[in-house]
Design a protein around this ligand. Structure first.
Ligand code: ASP
Length: 362
């Protein structure tokens, strides 16, 4: 009876009111990370914390501004990643970790969820913003991944300036390499945190994008490449599922194929539990938004549990087509931030510091 009355009321509504009803407000969402790791709350001074929070906020705001103004998810993630590559605080671009041979070798990848076009570079030494080179591989070459000298020759051909290697080197990172060698430590002992940077976004047109940039792990040798530049491991975006960027012990993320695995599980979930079915479970106390958020969080946590089971650690950020901005990490902290069209705007470092929900209403 109630349904019948609603139907009649709808039929009687003027066309303009119906159109207003039908068009939900445009929504967008972005999440960023600046690495995960065994972060010690007590060892972090208020000044250091403020410095990291300001750098994260700066990156988050740059990405959010693009989305709020109607820009694309691809432009938003680049806008967010570039300032983190330029900041010496993170292990990407300036401030990248050192290889065993005392150089800085940079890896990066980017993916457009619209058409799943992707670009990646590995082991570049003279490109200030590797995320832009990865994007140029995506848009101006017929390849997905270029490495080392070849990637730099491609950069030269596309008029990228040659940045002197000294630009990337910072005293703290050099000291970490020296300590690693002197005390025969592992990368995990000296780094404590993975400072890779990444961003994922949903724009107002419903498109998703993901990007990741890193210097890898301290003391890497023999041309070691981690997950960050590998499409499907460190980065993945598919409008049908989600956009993911990862940070952590790359070898494990490669073995699990983390970013693609999360997207694949989400697609499968949507297949077995389509929106109509989920809607039947929704109530005033447990709205659809919350049900989805819990399910998607469960998917990300499940894949991170796989990484942990193999012995790896780290974290991921993801954004879904509905605008859920989700974090999952099995370390004590992850430098992170998220912002949405609903006014959520937060940065956090340690576990448990996020607001309960960051999803725009839908
Ligand atoms: N995942 C990166 C790598 O293994 C490291 C990081 O996240 O900082 O190269």
């Amino acid at each position: 009876m109630k349904n019948l009355i609603t139907l009649i009321a709808l039929a009687l509504m003027p066309a303009a009111a119906l159109a207003e009803e039908a068009a939900p407000p445009p929504k967008w969402s972005i999440a960023i990370h600046g690495g995960a790791g065994t972060l010690n709350r007590d060892a972090m001074t208020p000044e250091k914390r403020a410095e990291y929070e300001a750098a994260l906020q700066n990156a988050l705001d740059a990405g959010a501004k693009v989305l709020a103004e109607g820009g694309s998810a691809m432009d938003a993630i680049k806008a967010a990643i570039i300032p983190m590559e330029d900041s010496p605080l993170f292990n990407a671009g300036k401030g990248a970790v050192f290889t065993w041979d005392g150089t800085n070798e940079l890896d990066s990848s980017i993916m457009d969820g619209r058409d799943r076009s992707a670009g990646a570079v590995a082991g570049v030494k003279t490109v200030k913003n590797p995320i832009l080179l990865a994007d140029t591989v995506r848009t101006q070459s017929e390849h997905v991944m270029l490495m080392g000298a070849g990637a730099e020759a491609f950069a030269a051909e596309k008029s990228f300036a040659v940045t002197p290697p000294e630009y990337f080197a910072t005293p703290g990172r050099r000291e970490a390499l020296e300590r690693m060698k002197a005390e025969q430590l592992s990368a995990l002992d000296v780094d404590l945190k993975f400072g890779t940077v990444g961003a994922v976004a949903l724009d107002q047109s419903g498109n998703l994008a993901a990007g990741t940039s890193t210097g890898g792990m301290t003391g890497k040798r023999w041309g070691r490449v981690g997950d960050a530049p590998v499409i499907g491991a460190g980065t993945y975006a598919d409008n049908r599922a989600c956009a993911v960027s990862a940070t952590g012990w790359g070898e494990y993320f490669l073995r699990v194929g983390v970013a693609h695995e999360i997207c694949a599980r989400l697609r499968f979930l949507m297949y077995v539990a389509p929106k109509e079915k989920l809607n039947e479970l929704a109530s005033e106390e447990r709205p659809m938004k919350l049900i989805e958020e819990e399910l998607f969080q469960g998917v990300a946590d499940g894949v991170m549990a796989d990484v942990a089971e193999l012995g790896g650690d780290g974290g991921v950020i993801l954004v879904t087509p509905e605008g859920h901005a989700i974090f999952s990490f099995n370390t004590s902290g992850m430098y992170r931030g998220r912002a949405t069209s609903d006014g959520v705007n937060e940065v956090a470092i340690f576990g448990g510091e996020d607001k309960a929900s960051a999803t725009p209403d839908h």
